[in-house]
Design a protein. Structure first.
Length: 162
């Protein structure tokens, strides 16, 4: 018995609803935002990292491990964004973060990958809530070490003469 197949049809281009297009226009960054200096963006990323870290610690104390883990991830990602922004490196995806960690490891002659892997584990726990408190704490401690190293690096770069 032959199996009947449907002919290949080209997918029609579907335009977004007008409301979505209008919302996109409203939410588009102003010219000032787009031309903000790298120094300003770096400062904003650092502020965001500090905010996320404080929120992570508060959530951790309350025992909300999935949410706190995601905030630790956010604090780390914001620091990676700040460092990458300062160095004019791409920093828009998980792949970019992995590349940043690899470049920093090479430059510092120190393997940051294992510390970053712990941070990624906390990020994954947000979605799947699989870590026991004991293992969460171990990943948290390694993430805090990475955050401290990244902060130190960023501070040294900001203090260095241009």
């Amino acid at each position: 018995m032959a199996v009947k197949t449907k002919p290949n049809k080209k997918r029609e281009k579907v335009s977004r609803p007008r409301e979505a297009r209008e919302n996109t226009k409203k939410n588009t960054a102003s010219k000032e935002d787009k031309t903000a200096s790298s120094k300003t963006r770096t400062k904003k990323y650092l502020e965001l990292s500090n905010k996320y870290l404080a929120e992570a610690e508060e959530l951790y104390k309350k025992g909300d491990l999935p949410q706190s883990g995601e905030k630790y991830w956010g604090a780390t990602a914001a620091l990676l964004n700040a460092i990458a922004e300062k160095r004019k490196w791409p920093h828009y995806s998980h792949r970019d973060y992995a590349d940043i960690v690899e470049k920093l490891s090479e430059q510092l002659k120190e393997p940051l990958g294992p510390l970053f892997a712990n941070t990624e584990r906390l990020h994954a726990n947000y979605y799947h809530n699989f870590l026991s408190p004991l293992n969460f704490e171990a990943h948290r401690q390694q993430t805090l070490k990475l955050i401290e190293k990244l902060r130190t690096l960023l501070t040294q770069e900001q203090e260095a003469p241009q």
